[in-house]
Design a protein around this ligand. Structure first.
Ligand SMILES: [Fe+2]
Length: 241
């Protein structure tokens, strides 16, 4: 949509098709009942500052933010994996130089966070978060540990499928995407209320990474590919709730 602002015309980002993003209210996901707005949303036009920037960038990336497996104290425990992919805009163009952040549980399914009191061991050599910038082709790459599934209190015997949290800015704040990457073949996906908040199956499947022989490294690590589209018709669904 266009918006007249003085003499400039601002072209906003395309809005998602119904069903391709998580419902605000998805009763099987209990937290959504408390968080969901009770009034219809007021749609605001995208203004110039939202479709341009600035956004967080190189200042927020450390020298070794792509490697979550090594600490000065030693190597993290668990199955090493390489997660890589491309960040694309709504027209399929690579988004270069954009900030990609990840955070995740360790191999035993526990976060390094005081709220997480799951009875599973912490790994002193695994912090569980990383940051990088996409390259000129929109590519990113993390070396990490496959996270474990963990229990939560949503319903009886509830377990989250293994997942890695992602934040991707894209070209502007209006395109910031916070989502979760899942693993192919995970038996917990079908019953996970957060994964299933997105009604459209094709959109939901965009949240599941692909096993990738081309990045699998002999004698070292399995590769998974996860491409992210920050807005438009093919957009990766946001994290629910
Ligand atoms: Fe999580």
């Amino acid at each position: 949509m266009g918006l007249a602002m003085g003499t400039a015309s601002v072209v906003g980002y395309r809005r998602p098709r119904p069903g391709t993003q998580p419902e605000h209210l998805h009763p099987p996901y209990l937290s959504s009942v408390k968080r969901a707005p009770r009034q219809p949303l007021v749609r605001l036009p995208h203004t110039l500052s939202e479709v341009t920037g600035p956004v967080f960038g190189a200042d927020f990336v450390g020298s070794n933010g792509q490697d979550l497996t090594h600490q000065p104290s030693g190597e993290a425990l668990g199955e090493r994996i390489i997660v890589s992919g491309q960040v694309l805009d709504e027209d399929g163009r690579p988004v270069a130089g954009t900030l990609v952040e990840v955070w995740q549980a360790n191999a035993a399914g526990r976060y390094r966070h005081e709220i997480d009191q799951h009875r599973a061991p912490l790994d002193p050599n695994f912090v569980g978060s990383g940051r990088t910038l996409t390259d000129t082709r929109g590519g990113y790459r993390f070396l990490t540990i496959r996270p474990g599934a963990y229990p939560w209190k949503n319903h009886a015997n509830a377990w989250r499928p293994a997942h890695i949290h992602f934040s991707v800015f894209g070209p502007a704040f209006a395109t910031r995407l916070v989502t979760q990457m899942y693993f192919p073949g995970d038996p917990l996906l079908d019953t996970d209320p957060i994964f299933n908040c997105t009604a459209d199956e094709t959109a939901r499947r965009r949240l599941v990474s692909f096993f990738d022989w081309s990045t699998t490294t002999p004698d070292y690590a399995l590769g998974y590919r996860f491409d992210i589209v920050v807005s438009g018709r093919e957009a990766t669904p946001l994290e629910a709730g």
